[in-house]
Design a protein around this ligand. Sequence first.
Ligand SMILES: CNc1nc2c(CCc3ccc(C(F)(F)F)cc3)c3[nH]c(N)nc(=O)c3cc2[nH]1
Ligand SMILES: [Zn+2]
Length: 372
Amino acid sequence: MTLITFRKDATDGKARTGVLSTPRGDIRTPAFMPVGTAATVKAMLPESVAATGADILLGNTYHLMLRPTAERIDRLGGLHRFMNWDKPILTDSGGFQVMSLAALRKLTEKGVTFKSHIDGSRHEITPERSMEIQKLLGSDIVMCFDECPALPADKTRIAQSMRLSMRWAQRSRDAFGDRPGHALFGIQQGGLEQDLRAESAAALTEIGFDGYAVGGLAVGEGQEAMFGCLDFASDQLPQDKPRYLMGVGKPDDIVGAVARGIDMMDCVLPSRSGRTGQVFTRHGVLNIKNARHQDDPRPIDDACTCPACTKYSRAYLHHVFRSQEMISSMLLTWHNLHYFQQIMDGMRKAIAAGTFTRWQADFHANRAGGDI
Ligand SMILES: CNc1nc2c(CCc3ccc(C(F)(F)F)cc3)c3[nH]c(N)nc(=O)c3cc2[nH]1
Ligand SMILES: [Zn+2]
């Protein structure tokens, strides 16, 4: 069984481009990973997600352990078979979702107990149980079980939480065992504190992982604080392994993160906002429900090659959104995911050509207003 290998093909400043190879397929980096929370990228067929250019998608331990349960998915052949996605899947470890979704949560050294937001049943996730669930799901890239502290929090609280996550990282590593062809990623914590992030990076590097996530960000700190943290956090992590910034983000967040050494990102934004009528374009954001679109025969973006832009007018998309037709979510989600993948493709090419600085300037100039 081949291992998972990360090949860096080029760098431009702190930005990198390369390929993360797995037995289920290659992931071109920098990579954007669509969120497929409960075994589906909402409003998209798997073949449509692949057509947008996604090489990997995200699944969720928390949601799937509650319904339909990891054991049932395992009995049915694993998550890839279950959801008809044969490319790589990365699953989060569940801790973040428990803290943001579940009720009556209790955090101890052992792990987290909570009440299901679906039926009120009681559950426990520990590093060991999280590894077991992710193994039952069959995901290719497994995340350590961690605690992502809610901000704002004082430095003492951030330090205690980070040190707990580092003990859980060791337990995750021990429970993951030796699984050729599957990767385990550690998650750096430490809030916005350079010294705590350094301590976390050192602890994770000592344990040894196939990739390193920057956790604890995109939790309301704002872009300036996030970029300030990335300015030092990336360099604290091993430079020969993939770096995954969790939960990011808007197009300009993504570009700024890649410029600071990030290789992989995920965000619900393109899919979730597509369902609310928010459309991302290279000239900025528009909302299709606005009355100004109701007679507009033009496509969303005449340079976009997605089905929404090549086959439909703004007037039509306005109509089906207003009428709450399912095709609205399908077309707008497809367009947004396609657009996010176009950004990644543009960055990969620019980094390989050594023209990333110019590409960034064009990216920001294009978005500077103008009627979209
Ligand atoms: C939105 N901001 C954010 N998201 C964050 C996430 C979730 C990422 C994720 C993974 C899978 C899914 C799924 F729906 F596809 F399943 C959805 C979201 C974090 N996850 C962990 N483990 N540690 C963190 O410290 C952390 C920080 C995060 N900031
Ligand atoms: Zn489009």
